[in-house]
Design a protein around this ligand. Structure first.
Ligand code: NAP
Length: 289
């Protein structure tokens, strides 16, 4: 049975959703998202930068038309890319562009994808969209603790969500404390560490899973939700989608939570937000003409 968390807007967000990063083929993405909704996922996480908002929109429309779900029971998240984080107007236009591509009247959540560009000005564009009801909530992504603290100290609307990399090998306990202090809900991207670190075969995680008849993927997803973190695992395979959402019938003990948490390396091995070259590359990445 899916669990929910309450955002600082009062809205309920499913604790688990479905991510669609790296599904660039439109036909495949549409079918995968449709399958995910059929499997029981109610939160879909896309982004302008994933180049698949239209496919997600088609899948949502088909699922609603087929009676699988009502629009109001779905939680659709997208993100504004750095290219459109130049000022209030460009960010506001990006919200409208995402709505058009998704063929939706409103978004449930829209995030600034990176703490780059003029993110304060861009956020004012999101606040405008929020005030006008184009989105039910606004938030940020990849805002590391000091950046998030400074942001929360200076904006009118505290972000509802901060989506950051969170998995056993980069558990970011300090970041979670900081988000809690500001009332920002944490959401994990890469909750399966994008398959790195031998996560699916780690023998200690497997030993925990054996007790409950659960896979490594299920154990690490459960671990994040048990510490109050929303998760958005991605898989193009229906069997894995089913497996990844089947995590609500067991509870890890404190000791097991610690075994999983002890894997923390204290840094990401996926991306390096402190690298000037990385920041420069993302500032140069265009998602539209
Ligand atoms: N805000 C950001 O900057 C940011 C960055 C990255 C990601 N995200 C979001 O977070 C979502 C999730 O992160 P992610 O897609 O990067 O990585 P992830 O969910 O941690 O891992 C996905 C990988 O694990 C495989 N997988 C999934 N379930 C599995 C299972 N049960 N057993 C074995 N392998 C499994 C998938 O392969 P198959 O598909 O072949 O099954 C895929 O290669 C994204 O889709 C996106 O929505 C956001």
């Amino acid at each position: 049975m899916m669990e929910y968390l309450t955002l600082n807007t009062g809205a309920k967000m499913p604790l688990e959703g479905f991510g669609v990063f790296q599904i660039p083929d439109a036909t495949q993405c549409e079918q995968v998202v449709y399958n995910a909704i059929k499997t029981g996922y109610r939160l879909i996480d896309t982004a302008a930068a994933y180049m698949n908002e239209e496919a997600v929109g088609k899948a949502v429309a088909r699922a609603v038309a087929d009676g699988l779900v009502k629009r109001e029971d779905l939680f659709v998240t997208t993100k504004v890319w750095v290219q459109d984080m130049r000022n209030e107007e460009t960010a506001y236009s990006a919200v409208k562009s995402s709505l058009a591509k998704l063929s939706l009247e409103y978004l449930d959540l829209i995030l600034l994808h990176q703490p780059m560009g003029d993110y304060f000005a861009a956020y004012r564009g999101l606040e405008k969209a929020y005030d006008e009801g184009l989105t039910k909530a606004i938030g940020v992504s990849n805002f590391y603790p000091a950046i998030l603290a400074n942001f929360c100290e200076n904006v009118r609307t505290i972000p509802a969500v901060n989506q950051v990399e969170l998995h056993p090998y980069f558990s970011q306990a300090d970041a979670l404390e900081n988000m809690k202090a500001y009332g920002v809900a944490p959401q994990a991207w890469g909750p399966l560490a994008e398959g790195k670190h031998g996560i699916f075969t780690d023998s200690e995680i497997a030993a925990v899973g054996e007790k409950y008849g659960k896979s490594n993927a299920q154990v690490v997803l459960r671990w994040n939700t048990q510490r109050g973190v929303s998760i958005i695992p991605k898989s193009v395979k229906t069997e894995r989608m089913e497996q990844n959402i089947d995590i609500w019938d067991f509870t890890l003990t404190d000791e097991e939570m610690e075994i999983i948490g002890s894997k923390d390396l204290g840094h990401s091995e996926i991306i390096d937000h402190s690298s000037p070259a990385f920041v420069k590359a993302l500032n140069g990445m265009k998602v539209h003409s």
